[in-house]
Design a protein around this ligand. Structure first.
Ligand SMILES: [Fe+2]
Ligand SMILES: [Fe+2]
Length: 481
């Protein structure tokens, strides 16, 4: 496999002329989408990026400077021995499908298109962020996330082209036609239509929203439709980096907040150009409550059907569970009953969204404990908290009432009275935005964020991760000095 192939791949593209032609036709449309809707202002610059070039865990990626439109978006499936079995649901134990079973076509297409749509959507949401990057290190990480979301789109489009015929080709075109935030042709999921116009939100997005993506991919990575399983397995390899950008990004903002709080005689982090811990907490409340919606309804017949069909399992289905049919088991969840919470027993299959959400919530709580360690290290008495999954919901059964941060029922009036202390206010957002001025000098960092512990792939923190490619580049003046 060579980086010089126009589409690096391990799916033997050269022997499938029909598929190759379909993808070669789609490629120029992808590139023009990338130029129109990808990162604004840095397309001619040299960015030190990793490119997936194989699936070997020892060395699947290649690191070098590349101009983003020249990035090699490849197609990689995790290899298997050809003996994969369906691991859960009604068909457990039978051979996995190498083709789409007729009766599952509509469900599978919906699953793939919904997942695929989030990939270009996030690139569109983040397209203006380069202008205000807090460092070259962060700028490079933003672009790394962006090009890999582009590759995830490629991976999903490959499935659509190879397994869904003409419908698949039409869906692949539509993925390049919808636009995040566009009233006429919006992206499918509402969270992906909001702009991410400052960096605190970018870190919150990669921490909380991308992490939903991890659990969705994980649930598909043991799918009975073998190409989908192998495709998502490899996507998860890249996704791990995106999540670390989010978790560590928030952690660095937290560190700076705590440092400045400790330093100031009044404990005022804002006086030193940092973001205060209270405001960070409000952003956590906002982004977490928006991301938990992405798991879908608490009680869901769709989720039950997907599990029964063997299409979508649980996180670590084989590793973590002994029983894989999910029949004759119950899941107990709090439900609203006459304005109060009471527990209800639900057939396990119908609660699969909630089972996945449990994994997600636990993961977010783990990250939060690490941030709290950072605060303690800086000698500040403050604890961040992940709110209850019932807080601030607009979808699912908890949207029917208002809840406080602990998940206790309150009135709408009580919620509104507390809103400004729980969620970012216009003033908080304006303050965060006011800090967003770029730092493009190697090793320089904006006032509101601590440097990372180490650089990327053995490079120093002050390595020149992004270099101006022309005098038009926002990076130019620094480079010319
Ligand atoms: Fe992705
Ligand atoms: Fe991602």
């Amino acid at each position: 496999m060579s980086l010089t192939d126009s589409i690096p791949n391990n799916v033997d593209l050269s022997s499938d002329r029909k598929l190759l032609r379909a993808l070669e036709k789609w490629q120029p449309n992808f590139i023009s989408w990338w130029r129109d809707m990808g990162p604004v202002g840095f397309q001619e610059d040299q960015i030190w990026l990793r490119t997936a070039v194989s699936v070997e865990s020892s060395g699947w990626a290649h690191y070098d400077y590349v101009k983003m439109p020249d990035y090699r978006w490849g197609i990689f499936l995790t290899p298997n021995d050809g003996n994969a079995k369906i691991g859960f649901g009604d068909e457990k134990g039978r051979d996995s499908w190498d083709e789409v079973p007729g009766e599952m076509r509509a469900s599978l297409r919906r699953i793939i298109v919904t997942q695929a749509d989030t990939e270009p959507a996030s690139v569109e949401q983040q397209r203006l962020l380069g202008r205000t990057a807090p460092s070259l290190y962060d700028l490079r990480n933003l672009f790394q996330v962006n090009v890999e979301e582009g590759r995830h789109l490629w991976a999903m489009v490959h499935l659509l082209h190879q397994y869904f015929g003409r419908d698949g080709r039409e869906e692949a075109e539509s993925l390049l036609e919808r636009r995040s935030g566009d009233v006429d042709k919006p992206r499918i999921l509402s969270t992906f239509n909001e702009t991410t116009d400052e960096w605190l939100s970018f870190f919150m997005f990669t921490m909380f929203t991308d992490r939903d993506g991890k659990y969705q991919l994980s649930a598909l990575s043991e799918s009975g439709f073998d190409p989908l399983a192998r495709c998502t397995q490899f996507m998860l390899t890249e996704e791990a980096f995106h999540l670390s950008v989010g978790e560590q990004g928030v952690g660095r903002v937290v560190r700076q907040a705590a440092k400045r709080t400790a330093q100031d005689s009044n404990g005022d982090a804002r006086a030193h150009g940092a973001i205060d811990l209270q405001t960070i907490q409000k952003y956590i409340n906002f982004w977490f409550s928006s991301a938990v919606e992405l798991f879908g309804g608490e009680i869901s017949t769709n989720a039950a059907d997907y599990f029964a069909m063997g299409l979508k399992g649980r996180h670590h289905e084989q590793k973590k569970y002994d029983e894989h049919r999910g029949l004759n088991q119950i899941y107990t969840m709090p439900i609203l009953d006459g304005g109060r919470l009471s527990s209800k027993e639900v057939p396990l299959r119908n609660a699969m969204n909630e089972v996945l959400r449990d994994e997600y919530v636990a993961d977010c709580e783990r990250a939060c404990r690490r941030w709290n360690k950072v605060i303690a290290e800086e000698g500040v008495d403050f604890e961040l908290k992940i709110p209850s999954r019932r807080f601030n919901r607009s979808m699912g059964m908890y949207a029917e009432s208002a809840f406080d941060l602990n998940g206790d029922v309150i009135t709408r009036e009580e919620f509104e009275a507390k809103r400004d202390s729980w969620l970012p206010t216009a003033e908080d957002r304006a303050y965060v935005r006011s800090l967003m001025t770029p730092s493009y000098g190697p090793g320089e960092f904006a006032s509101w964020i601590a440097p990372p512990r180490k650089g990327i792939k053995g490079k120093a923190i002050d390595f020149e991760y992004c270099k101006a490619g022309s005098p038009e580049s926002p990076l130019w003046s620094e480079a010319a000095e």
